[in-house]
Design a protein around this ligand. Structure first.
Ligand code: PLP
Length: 388
């Protein structure tokens, strides 16, 4: 075992795939203190700048005063508090669904829900670029697991036609996390309805960002509970907190409460996290200027990066990758940027397909126009030094 561990590490180092953590000494915000050094970060998923918002923090502190820290048990035993319940009601109203159900993490929501809905004799269809948690859920479910090429609805339709499975579940990211593009839900949803398949969408990166009120891809494409029956979202991104939920019909939520192992066999989120998330939800709905600021920064970045001749992807969201190809190259760019005080993550295989390593720039409403300018100046200087 010891030899195997060393060999694993050596192989990853040699392939430029070794991953390391940097330690923050302060809140998640554009200017972060990383091991005593100030860096300007373009890599968090705090798209609306809510992770360190005073209202969100004070809701958290007040609820900790009332409820303590730990929830003490799973939801079904005795850990389901008023804060959890109120958040579920508010999320249902926000997403236009009958009900919502909280989960401890998005990873658990995805694996648990897919496993609850399909099993042996069923079929699950997933986009190749789906988040790892969706792929893991599909693979572990016992249902026939079929991947289709990224956003290739014609191929999905052929696979749906060819199956004799009892139940069919189509699963996609609403916004793909490493590319930033949207799933073509306006085409996928009717296709699913035609073929009597259920559609599940993971909207981790769309919630708070897309749609007039920030209700995400369902709002963006105007898909109701019938057209998009299983809507999943997370709180770790635009909400700036922690946790996840699934929203849908009353029957769906009641069934998930009975069957979902990652819901039943785990401790409920701390009630204070639910209270903080309620405060975030209020800000998402009322402070529309945050979405407007984010979209202004996105437009500024894209136009500046295009002028530099950088290879952007087809994304209008906060996720703005710069394609570099080779893992070593992505790492070199990221390291040069860090020398300039800019923190942009290098995303390498297996997170993305081999040969498509990239810098993953993420933007936030909390970034100023000047900070985005600083990033563009940094990229220009790295480009001069390393070539594109
Ligand atoms: C972050 C993310 C998840 C996981 O959510 P956590 O709450 O962090 O576990 C799931 N799906 C997508 C698309 C994500 O980006």
């Amino acid at each position: 075992m010891q030899d195997w561990l060393r060999q694993q590490l050596a192989e990853r180092r040699a392939a430029d795939l070794y991953r390391q953590r940097r330690t923050l000494r302060g809140a998640q915000q554009p200017e972060v203190d990383v091991e005593g050094r100030q860096l300007l970060a373009f890599c968090s998923n705090d798209y609306l700048g809510l992770a360190n918002h005073p209202d969100v923090k004070s809701a958290f502190v007040r609820a900790a005063d009332t409820y303590g820290v730990g929830s003490g048990a799973s939801h079904l035993v005795c850990g389901h508090s008023h804060e959890h319940h109120a958040l579920e009601d508010e999320l249902a109203a926000f997403t236009g669904r009958d009900r919502a159900l909280l989960f401890s993490t998005g990873y658990m929501a995805n694996t648990g829900v897919i496993n609850a809905l399909v099993g042996k004799g069923d079929a699950v269809f997933e986009d190749k670029l789906n988040h790892a948690s969706l792929l893991d859920g599909g693979l572990s479910s016992g249902a026939k697991f079929q991947r289709f090429l990224h956003s290739d609805v014609a191929q999905l339709a052929r696979k749906l036609d060819a199956t004799a499975a009892a139940k069919k579940l189509v699963v996609v990211d609403g916004v793909f996390s490493m590319d930033g593009d949207l799933a073509p839900l306006d085409v996928i949803a009717p296709e699913c309805a035609n073929k009597r398949a259920w559609l599940m969408v993971d909207d981790a990166h769309g919630l708070g960002v897309l749609g007039k009120t920030g209700a995400g891809c369902a709002e963006h494409f105007a898909l109701d509970q019938q057209q998009l029956p299983v809507l999943m979202g997370t709180f770790g991104k635009a909400f700036g907190t922690f946790g996840a939920f699934v929203a849908g019909s009353d029957d769906l939520i009641e069934t998930l409460i009975q069957l979902t192992r990652t819901y039943i066999y785990t401790t409920a989120l701390p009630p204070a996290v639910a209270a903080a998330t309620r405060a975030s939800l209020k800000l998402i709905q009322t402070e529309t200027w945050r979405r407007e600021a984010l979209h202004a920064r996105i437009a500024q970045f894209r136009s500046g990066a295009r002028q530099l001749g950088l290879q952007l992807m087809d994304s209008d969201t906060a996720i703005q990758p710069i394609l570099l190809g080779d893992a070593g190259r992505a790492l070199a760019w990221s390291e040069k940027l860090a020398e300039l005080g800019l923190w942009v993550g290098a995303i390498r295989p297996p997170t993305v397909p081999a040969g498509s390593a990239r810098l993953r720039v993420t933007l936030s409403a909390a970034h100023t126009e000047i900070q985005v300018r600083q990033l563009l100046d940094g990229l220009a200087s790295v480009e001069r030094e390393l070539g594109s």
